[in-house]
Design a protein around this ligand. Structure first.
Ligand SMILES: [Zn+2]
Length: 441
């Protein structure tokens, strides 16, 4: 698909964007998968909580376990309270004073979270996870799985859940953190929260927060401007707005989950859903917003067009994940191309449209759903999806397309539901829509 001339750097860049933002859905799926596991509390925990009520005999070991759990919870609550009140000494009071490395990490996390500005921070020990011994970290050291809830002030509409692994050790009756990134207890991917990986810089605009690496502050400020230029285009189309949006654009590889690869390409950016617990135990969740994480290798060339694409995913994510991939990606592409048209690239966009119509459209036989999106259409998937959505918006109007999207998003990604919705909103079958797209000029 290369070599068509035109503003080639532009072409290449936007094409790379188109070909590689695919990870959004995949990333969402991964996150659901990770968080959905291990959520059934084991009976032992519940049973040991109220032994006297049932008259059961409590063994010495069970009592010790309960005491340990209570001690660990005190440490977790103490750390959260210290973060909330901004008291570093209190935060470090729950860190092992002999572990210089961990103390340094804790100082950095504290400083970063204060710099970002948290409306709410809490840590919940996952009850279904049985604490594991970590003899290398000290006698009786235990690793626990922790759910960290963070709500960035002015950005996140609700607390966002992250799963962590902590190891703690008891010293003089107090439980102290000796490791805040226990791999087995955390069971996380490659990526880390932006505040976990060293010093940061933050740049702010209205409803936008960009976190970058030290020395990248200028790029952070540039990205704030690009984000502010993308937001109106996204809101105009989706009629949806989130309170604010976090963009992570760091230099370090650990800000980026290396598993974020789809269709064989590493993505340039992903919209990662914010999961918010819907019950006190944090065992059930809903998507309340998304953050955008930019691939470190592309952070300096990320522009308003890529951000607009990702912001569309962020705006639509709370509606549910039932929409088919051609609609999810086609809609994001549509908004991105609209913004390009309005940014003096209309000739270039017209060329793209011609290109897809004269080549890839010929191979269109069914609406490209998950199985064929990257397979049969390969590099043209995004272009095909774009011309389908553009056709729908032109013919039936933005609000009808939005209602169609919302209805599919809230259901399961199911062929029967898709057929029903196509009929309901456009009076079309799948085949008729394909035929119309192939004919459209
Ligand atoms: Zn996308």
């Amino acid at each position: 698909m290369n070599g068509t001339g035109g503003p080639d750097r532009k072409w290449g860049r936007v094409w790379v964007v188109g070909a590689s933002v695919l990870a959004v859905v995949a990333a969402g799926g991964v996150a659901y998968g990770v968080l959905g596991r291990d959520e059934v509390p084991k009976a032992s925990v519940g049973a040991s909580v109220t032994p006297s009520a049932t008259g059961a005999v409590v063994s010495a070991e069970e009592l010790a376990e309960q005491k340990m759990a209570a001690g660990i919870d005190v440490a977790l609550k103490g750390r959260a309270a210290a973060l909330q009140s901004g008291t570093l000494a209190q935060f470090l009071a729950y860190s092992d004073p002999k572990n210089v490395k961990q103390l340094e990490r804790d100082r950095q996390v504290f400083a970063n979270l204060r710099l970002i500005g948290m409306k709410q921070v809490s840590y919940l020990r996952q009850l279904s996870f049985t604490p594991e011994l970590r003899p290398k970290l000290g006698k009786n050291a235990r690793a626990v799985r922790v759910k960290m809830l963070t709500q960035i002030a002015g950005i996140d509409p609700a607390p966002r859940l992250t799963q962590l692994g902590f190891a703690l050790v008891e010293r003089g009756g107090r439980w102290l953190v000796v490791d805040d990134d226990d791999a087995e207890a955390g069971e996380r991917g490659d990526g880390r929260e932006p505040w976990e990986i060293g010093p940061i810089e933050v740049s702010r605009g209205r409803g936008v927060l960009v976190i970058s690496s030290p020395g990248d502050g200028e790029n952070g400020r540039r990205l704030v401007k690009e984000a502010l230029a993308a937001v109106p285009a996204v809101q105009a189309a989706t009629k949806r707005a989130q309170a604010g949006i976090l963009v992570v654009a760091m230099a370090g590889a650990r800000s980026w989950d290396q598993t974020t690869i789809t269709g064989g390409h590493p993505a340039d950016a992903v919209a990662i859903p914010n999961f918010t617990p819907t019950n006190a135990e944090a065992t059930e969740y809903k998507v309340t917003a998304s953050r955008i994480v930019i691939n470190p290798t592309g952070r300096k060339k990320t522009d308003r067009f890529l951000l607009a694409h990702e912001f569309v995913h962020a705006a639509m994510a709370p509606l549910g994940d039932g929409a088919p991939i051609w609609l999810v990606e086609g809609y994001a592409e549509y908004v991105q191309y609209r913004l390009l048209e309005r940014s003096n690239y209309s000739d270039w966009v017209a060329g793209e449209r011609r290109q897809f119509r004269s080549t890839a459209r010929k191979s269109l036989v069914v609406l490209p759903i998950d199985g064929v999106f990257h397979g049969d259409y390969d590099e043209s998937s995004y272009g095909i999806a774009w011309i389908i959505v553009e056709h729908l918006v032109k013919k039936y109007g933005q609000s009808t397309v939005n209602a169609f999207y919302a209805e599919l998003a809230k259901g399961l990604d199911d062929p029967a539901l898709r057929d029903q919705a196509l009929l309901k909103y456009f009076k079309l079958t799948d085949a008729a829509l394909v035929a119309a797209v192939k004919k459209a000029s």
